[in-house]
Ligand binder design. Structure first.
Ligand code: TYD
Length: 392
């Protein structure tokens, strides 16, 4: 049974950055549910993929060094540990991962054609289609099987999970490996990171729920890694049950026990989370208003989808956060979704007359603090809402 535990109010599409502000930008009610049987956490309103993942999709994976390093490290591991002849990435974005492989070794699937164009240009075969059984069959026709399928921050964006895994099952070779990487529900609840919820994130996986989903397809998790990306993600290594080459690692048991111990299988944990989210909102607004009363200037750093959830849930506008800055080409000179807060192109001097910086990209705190040493030296302060609203 699906039980509601959180309502984040009306939220615009998190990656739809308009060129002008309009009160009429469409918003959808964002309610979050826990399934008491499958332990799966999901949002209620499902927006069709075609509305969210268009040929103007702005998000670019290779905008941060942290992400590029993480993909590089993983590619080295894939080559050494699994030695795939051919691999496929579902949601290859601008090629941050596949560009670590040669063009004969890696295929991309990327429905946002503006992004698919980038990897095609580099010589990678990229299917600009949504991931489903028809596409899997088409790729199978072209290449027979693939030995490894990788997908980061994509499968949780697709409504029909049965179709997702049926399609993977169809294309993956007999001893093939599937690696999935997504924000960890445990980390999200622990860090009170309610901003992981937005329309694109239809599901937030835990080990407990993912096990249930893939079991139907005779797939099983055999290893798991906690990684730092996106504020705490899990990388799941999955194989067919019949594949005896890889043993079940104790990392899996450790993670499952951690999740159970923290209460991810119990609805009461999510009700507690709800209380913490409400507290976080009050505390953040108190903090920002206090700073504004002293006539200090606050701007936002990192025009993230996560920040959109925060701004719209807490009702923060340009009177509090003057503007955002970001390095992503397709976000510049646009507005934060749902709010009259403009996004300006990042440059070295942008923080010169700024007193406080709200970390929209709190997950890149270390990378940003390193970059902004001058700002910190002259007394500039960062504000984060994770795990609790605070000045750091
Ligand atoms: P990310 O945290 O991956 O976002 P989302 O919540 O949308 O999934 O995105 C980070 C954003 O921050 C991205 O728009 C790029 C931007 N950014 C900067 O502008 N400067 C930086 O130094 C870094 C690391 C990121």
């Amino acid at each position: 049974m699906n039980k509601k535990f959180l309502d984040l109010g009306l939220q615009p599409l998190a990656n739809e950055y308009p060129t002008y502000y309009s009160k009429k930008q469409i918003k959808y009610r964002l309610k979050i549910y826990f399934n008491t049987k499958t332990k799966l956490v999901s949002i209620s309103k499902r927006i069709p993929s075609k509305k969210m993942f268009t040929n103007k999709y702005p998000y670019r994976s290779s905008m941060s060094q942290t992400m590029k390093n993480s993909f590089k490290e993983l590619s080295n591991e894939i080559k050494k540990r699994f030695k795939p002849k051919l691999m496929l990435e579902i949601g290859s974005n601008d090629g941050a991962l596949i560009s670590n492989f040669n063009t004969k070794q890696a295929l991309g699937v990327e429905p946002c054609s503006n992004l698919a164009k980038i990897t095609k240009k580099k010589g990678y075969i990229t299917y600009d289609n949504y991931w489903d059984l028809n596409l899997a069959k088409k790729i199978k026709k072209d290449f027979k099987n693939v030995d490894l399928i990788y997908s980061a921050n994509t499968l949780t964006h697709i409504n029909d999970l049965n179709n997702v895994f049926r399609s993977i099952d169809n294309l993956l070779s007999k001893n093939g490996i599937l690696i999935i990487e997504d924000p960890s529900l445990l980390e999200c609840i622990k860090k009170n990171s309610y901003d992981q919820f937005y329309n694109e994130h239809i599901y937030l996986f835990s080990t407990l729920s993912l096990k249930n989903i893939i079991n139907k397809f005779d797939l099983e998790i055999f290893d798991i890694k906690n990684i730092k990306t996106h504020g705490g993600s899990l990388r799941y290594y999955i194989k067919r049950k019949g594949n005896k080459k890889f043993r079940i690692s104790k990392n899996l048991i450790v993670q499952e026990n951690k999740e159970k111990k923290y209460g991810l299988a119990k609805f009461s944990t999510y009700l507690k989370f709800n209380k913490n989210v409400v507290k976080s909102k009050t505390k953040l607004l108190d903090l920002l208003n206090k700073i504004k009363k002293k006539n200090k200037k606050i701007i936002g750093y990192g025009a993230t989808a996560k920040a959109t959830t925060v701004l719209n849930f807490c009702n923060i506008d340009h009177k509090i956060i003057n503007y955002f800055t970001d390095i992503t080409p397709d976000k510049i000179n646009r507005y934060m979704p749902g709010k009259k807060i403009k996004i300006y192109k990042y440059n070295k001097n942008i923080l010169k007359k700024v007193d406080f910086v709200f970390l929209g990209a709190w997950n890149f705190k270390d990378e940003i603090c390193k970059k902004e040493k001058d700002f910190i030296k002259r007394g500039g302060k960062f504000i984060t809402h994770i795990p609790l609203p605070n000045i750091i």
